[in-house]
Design a protein around this ligand. Structure first.
Ligand SMILES: [Zn+2]
Ligand SMILES: [Zn+2]
Length: 310
């Protein structure tokens, strides 16, 4: 297992018992920021360690407000900033895949991190982990003054402080990684971008992995609606499929993300609830209670900036 060890970051071998995690949804929409909200970005926090998962358009401004609410860095009199950026306390970034809606604000984050390092507010490069390709996009992210660029992939677990990441490739045009993330007693599953995949549902639920627990929170993409279901070949789920995913995965709570920002979200919510209900119907000769794992309720749509305590 690859273990990240940074200033102020504990590697998991000598840490105190891990606290529960929180997940803040910085953006619930895609593939562009629009009326409904920002592009994908999720702030994970546990035991004082902060990891940003995905870094799409619109997420940094919301993240800045969370990390240093009300802060206004002053320009000083010299040639550059003399006040730390809101992102100085960020410990790592993990990118699900190299489509622009998931990584493009890393291109701006690097300037903030480079300034923090130059001005002495930060003493280490920011670890940024991405899938292995495409190489062109990896080259765009690389910025040695700010980032320590790492590679993650299916079958290569990653540890960042109390967080343990596992990855699985999804059905999507670029190499895209769904994630199961644990921190102490908390477990999070994130589908990233994907078409329907029975194997992914089982993996997200914990599958046959020894000791794996059912997720406390599932972030399930719901890019499409019934009326646009013909676009599933682009590698995305409909809200109906997302509801089915949530039911079969059995997470305690599920939220729809990666919503097309100009859709009527009430339609997505209704179709997801229908998919959730359809998945709960018993097969002939089988009781639904026996057939399906327990989960509390159909998926919800999070507010932008909503924090989930796990
Ligand atoms: Zn994508
Ligand atoms: Zn996307």
């Amino acid at each position: 297992m690859k273990v990240i060890k940074n200033a102020g970051l504990i590697d998991g071998t000598d840490r105190e018992p891990a606290a529960k995690a929180t997940v803040t949804v910085l953006g619930r929409c895609s593939p562009f920021p629009g009326t409904g909200g920002n592009c994908p970005g999720y702030l994970l926090e546990s035991g004082g360690v902060r990891v940003l998962v995905d870094c799409g358009p619109g997420t940094l401004a919301r993240l800045a407000g969370l990390l240093r609410p009300g802060a206004r860095p002053s320009p000083g009199l010299g040639p550059g900033p003399t006040t730390e950026s809101p992102f100085a306390g960020l410990d790592a970034v993990v990118i699900s895949h190299l489509h622009a809606d998931h990584f493009s604000e890393a291109m701006s984050l690097r300037y903030a991190i480079a300034a923090d390092i130059r001005d002495g507010f930060r003493h280490n490069l920011l670890p940024v982990h991405t899938p292995p390709g495409p190489a062109t996009e990896r080259d765009i992210i690389a910025y040695p003054k700010a980032f320590d660029l790492g590679t993650v992939d299916e079958g290569v677990p990653l540890a960042i402080g109390p967080f343990r990441f596992e990855f699985r490739r999804t059905d999507h045009p670029y190499a895209c990684l769904a994630m199961r993330i644990s921190a102490g007693p908390s477990t999070i599953a994130y589908t990233a971008d994907t078409a329907w995949d029975d194997g992914l549902v089982a993996w997200a639920a914990g599958g046959a992995a020894p000791g794996a627990s059912t997720p406390d929170l599932l972030l399930v993409e719901a890019s499409l609606q019934d009326a646009s279901a013909h676009l599933r070949n682009l590698g995305h789920l409909t809200a109906r499929e997302a509801g089915r995913f949530a039911r079969l995965c059995g997470a305690r709570r599920s939220v729809l993300v990666h919503l097309y920002p100009e859709f009527d979200f009430a339609v997505s919510l209704r179709e997801a609830a229908e998919g959730y209900g359809e998945a709960g119907r018993a097969a002939p000769g089988q009781s639904s209670a026996a057939a399906m794992p327990a989960s509390d309720s159909p998926p919800l749509i999070p507010a932008e900036g909503e924090t989930f305590q796990l």
